[in-house]
Write a protein that binds this ligand. Structure first.
Ligand code: FPP
Length: 248
């Protein structure tokens, strides 16, 4: 870690750190348009931001970081943009996986990745397999992900178990349901960050963020900095979380 990186993370009280941070990386397209660039340039710039934020997460020993890379609705974008994003994900995995592994990151993909091409699925499989025993930051990439879709898939899995007589419907609890989600074994989301001035959840981690705090910024994702990320974490540390109870 460099001195500058150390100084930055020293601003955060480790006792008030969220366990799980989720980020909606919005505004790549707007940033690119403002620069007179193609939207694809915005996504490429977004990858650079992601790398910097992941480094902060590693330095802080954050337990889990989830980023929204591609929603189940993003297929509606122009074909060329979807195609570009697919290549970007694939290149990113190939280029970054060794360094991520070295940093003890455990990568996981949330969503219906079976809809992707063989090439991408292979890269996802290789990266996941390589890092599966790592014990550092749990880094989740939500790709072809929708919160409702994830909940429906979990319900289907439980319904199949019930139909097969493996479980009684009345035995289904929050915990049993959670075990069927893509994030199984991970802590609930404490903090959701959304960039680029939008105030929406956009079908992201609906179950997991039931009690999450939200932090919004007008900064577009390509312009989002480690300093602003740390500001969000410090702000989170000052929140009074009640989880539906009354606090004195
Ligand atoms: C939202 O910006 C961003 C996306 C739909 C794609 C997010 C992808 C990246 C940041 C690329 C890096 C990800 C990985 C995992 C390598 P937008 O295009 O909706 O922006 P706009 O709202 O300004 O149009």
């Amino acid at each position: 870690m460099t001195d500058a990186e150390y100084n930055l993370i020293s601003k955060v009280n480790p006792e008030k750190l969220p366990r799980h941070v989720a980020i909606i990386m919005d505004g790549n397209g707007r940033w690119a348009s403002l620069q007179g660039l193609l939207r694809s340039a915005g996504h490429s710039a977004g990858v650079k931001t992601l790398k910097k934020i992941l480094t902060v997460a590693v330095n802080l020993k954050l337990e889990a970081l989830t980023v929204y890379a591609f929603s189940t609705e993003n297929w509606k974008r122009p074909h060329a943009e979807v195609d570009f994003l697919m290549h970007l994900f694939s290149d990113y995995l190939e280029r970054e996986k060794a360094e991520m592994h070295e940093k003890n990151i455990r990568i996981r993909f949330l969503g219906r990745t079976d809809a992707f091409s063989d090439g991408i699925r292979n890269r996802i499989r290789e990266a996941t397999e390589l890092m599966k025993d790592n014990t550092g930051v749990k880094f989740n990439i939500a790709a072809n992900y929708g919160g409702r879709d994830e909940i429906v898939r979990a319900a289907q899995k439980l319904a199949k178990k019930a139909a097969a007589g493996e479980i009684l419907p009345d035995d289904i609890t929050d915990e049993i349901f959670e075990n069927e989600l893509d994030t199984c074994g991970q802590p609930p989301v404490d903090l959701v960050i959304r960039t680029s001035g939008e105030y929406r959840v956009s079908n992201f981690l609906l179950w997991q963020s039931a009690y999450a705090e939200f932090w919004f910024t007008n900064t577009t994702w390509p312009e989002f900095t480690p300093e602003e990320f740390v500001d969000a974490l410090i702000d989170f540390g000052n929140r009074d979380r009640k989880f539906g109870a009354v606090k004195n």
